[in-house]
Design a protein. Structure first.
Length: 143
C-alpha cells in the first residue's frame, strides 16, 4: 500500500485492488502516516499570504498557484492570513472570553477543554478562529 500511495494511486483504486472500501484504505493509510498530497511548502504559504494581502479570493489564488481551493482556504484559516476581503462571519460562543483568558494566562488546551467541557480539538479550533478575528479587526482598523 505504501508504494501505491507513493505512486499517487487514489484510495478508490487501491480499494478495488485490495478488496476493501475507500474509507478503510484511507483510515489505514492515515494510521501508517501516508498522505496523498504533499504539505504546502513555505514558499507556497508565503505566496498565498501575499495574494491574500493583495485582496485575491481563495479560488483565484488556487488557480494562480495550481492548488485546490480547499487547500488554499484551509491555509488561510490555519495560518490566520488576513487581507482587505477578510471578514468575521461567526458570532461569539458562550465560552469565548473564558478560553481566550485561560489561553493568554498560559493554560494548556487540555486543561481549558476540561474546564469548559468541550473537546480539545474544538477549543484549539476556536482559539485559531478568535486569533483570526483579532487579526481581521486589527487589519480593518489599520493597525
Amino acid at each position: 500500500m505504501r508504494r501505491l500511495v507513493a505512486d499517487g494511486v487514489r484510495p478508490e483504486a487501491i480499494a478495488k485492488i485490495l478488496g476493501r472500501t475507500p474509507a478503510a484504505v484511507t483510515t489505514h493509510a492515515c494510521k501508517l502516516g501516508l498522505r496523498w498530497t504533499k504539505p504546502l511548502s513555505a514558499d507556497q504559504i508565503d505566496a498565498i499570504g501575499k495574494l491574500v494581502e493583495e485582496g485575491a479570493c481563495s479560488t483565484e489564488i488556487a488557480d494562480r498557484l495550481g492548488l485546490g481551493a480547499g487547500r488554499v482556504k484551509h491555509c488561510i484559516r490555519y495560518y490566520g492570513l488576513v487581507g482587505p476581503r477578510s471578514r468575521i462571519i461567526e458570532h461569539e460562543k458562550p465560552f469565548d472570553d473564558l478560553i481566550a483568558a485561560m489561553s493568554s494566562n498560559g493554560a494548556p488546551v487540555s486543561q481549558i477543554a476540561r474546564y469548559v467541557a468541550q473537546p480539545a480539538s474544538r477549543v484549539t479550533a476556536r482559539l485559531i478562529t478568535l486569533a483570526r478575528h483579532d487579526a481581521v479587526r486589527d487589519h480593518h482598523a489599520g493597525i
